[in-house]
Design a protein around this ligand. Structure first.
Ligand SMILES: NC(=O)c1ccc[n+]([C@@H]2O[C@H](COP(=O)([O-])OP(=O)(O)OC[C@H]3O[C@@H](n4cnc5c(N)ncnc54)[C@H](O)[C@@H]3O)[C@@H](O)[C@H]2O)c1
Length: 352
């Protein structure tokens, strides 16, 4: 068996410890170092009596020959500079979402990875959950029929982030899920968004995003940091069935409803054409494996490096999500006016 790949986690705040734990537990990886400007945070992640090095200096990590790859879990504004330095040092890189605060920097990261012949991956964590994999397969097999609408609700009492608004903090999850489950990925022709800051926090804490899919389905995403109730629900309505994903209900995470609305058969009679009936069928609850998505994510990162191929969530996937976020911000700044997102060139990461 090949020797484990050496990895360093940069950023040991809220999310970095989850990455460190999963790299540590995965047989394809050897966690070599944890780096944070705040030494105490890195020390806490590594724990006592460990051989994993603690450091505060990114350059020192990048100079280590035993570090094949880095995982960047620092605030979004720092992603591009750290990733570009890591790629220049010949390291493979996985970056937390969002890839960068703007698509200009993100495109540079994609090009730098291509030029260096290194893997650039984005941690779109949800894409590695059994639920998303089930939904992708169900849509691809046509089990839901033609997709009519997708509704995402992601609301809770959230940490008001210093650097991003709620749209940039939470909507990347739903956009990355869309990118993974829709045949052909995320490619809306129009995006409109509204955000509000009812408490005067200085940034949108509640936002609603609307977009369309390549096949003409309509998508609504609601994100909110002010809700005392935590909801993580997605409803995907198709002509045959409707799938409901409640990520907070492990016993019934996904249910597939064989019920819905039917419009009567078309005929010469106008009344007959508009007749609506309700189809009442079974509800199926598929058994899903319970495993941590981040373990599959770090496994995919190692496999992509070993097999010299793009990972399932590569830099281009990160760019597709960014292009929609940028369009959403532009729309929100203009009272919800629909905005056409820039097209991502999948060959070179250019934004057109
Ligand atoms: N995939 C997910 O589900 C998920 C969940 C939460 C956060 N995130 C992402 O993870 C990233 C980090 O978020 P967080 O909530 O952990 O932030 P955080 O502020 O809690 O932690 C960031 C850490 O980075 C350190 N840091 C900042 N600049 C540094 C530098 N130049 N060198 C070394 N260390 C540096 C800080 O000291 C801090 O400890 C963000 O991009 C966020 O969007 C992803």
């Amino acid at each position: 068996m090949a020797r484990p790949l050496g990895v360093a986690v940069i950023g040991a705040g809220y999310w970095g410890p989850n990455l460190a734990r999963n790299f540590r537990a995965h047989p394809a990886w050897d966690l070599v170092a944890v780096c944070d400007r705040d030494r105490a945070r890195a020390e806490k992640v590594v724990g006592a009596r460990s051989t994993v090095e603690v450091c505060t200096d990114v350059e020192a990590v990048l100079a280590r020959p035993d570090v094949d790859a880095v995982a960047i879990a620092t605030p979004a504004a720092t992603h591009a500079s750290i990733a570009l330095a890591a790629l220049e040092a010949g390291k493979h890189v996985v970056v937390e979402k969002p890839l960068a605060p703007d698509s200009t920097d993100a495109s540079k990261m994609v090009r730098a990875a291509r030029d260096a012949g290194r893997v650039l991956m984005i941690d779109h964590t949800y894409c590695y959950t059994p639920a998303v994999q089930y939904i992708r397969d169900a849509i691809a097999k046509g089990a839901l029929g033609r997709i009519l609408y997708l509704e995402f609700t992601r609301i809770n009492l959230g940490l008001i982030q210093p650097d991003v608004d709620v749209l940039w903090d939470l909507a990347p999850h739903d956009l990355s899920i869309l990118d993974a489950i829709l045949p052909g990925g995320l490619a809306p022709t129009r995006v409109s968004a509204v955000g509000s800051d009812p408490l005067g926090a200085g940034k949108a804490c509640v936002a609603h995003l609307n977009l369309d899919t390549r096949d003409g389905a309509t998508v609504h995403i609601a994100v909110n940091w002010l809700s005392p109730t935590k909801i993580r629900q997605t409803v995907i309505g198709g002509t045959h069935r409707t799938l409901v994903w409640d990520d907070l209900d492990p016993a019934r995470r996904i249910s597939v409803h064989d019920r819905g609305v039917q419009i009567g058969p078309s005929g010469p009679d106008l009344r007959e054409r508009s007749a609506v009936s309700y189809r009442l069928g079974d509800i199926t609850v598929p058994a899903l494996e319970e495993r941590e998505a981040l373990s599959a994510m770090v496994g995919e990162f190692a496999a992509a490096i070993r097999e010299d191929r793009p990972p399932a969530t590569d830099g281009i996937a990160g760019l597709r999500v960014l292009s929609v976020l940028e369009a959403a911000s532009a729309s929100a700044a203009d009272h919800g006016r629909p905005v056409r997102p820039r097209h991502v060139n999948a060959e070179n990461g250019d934004m057109e």
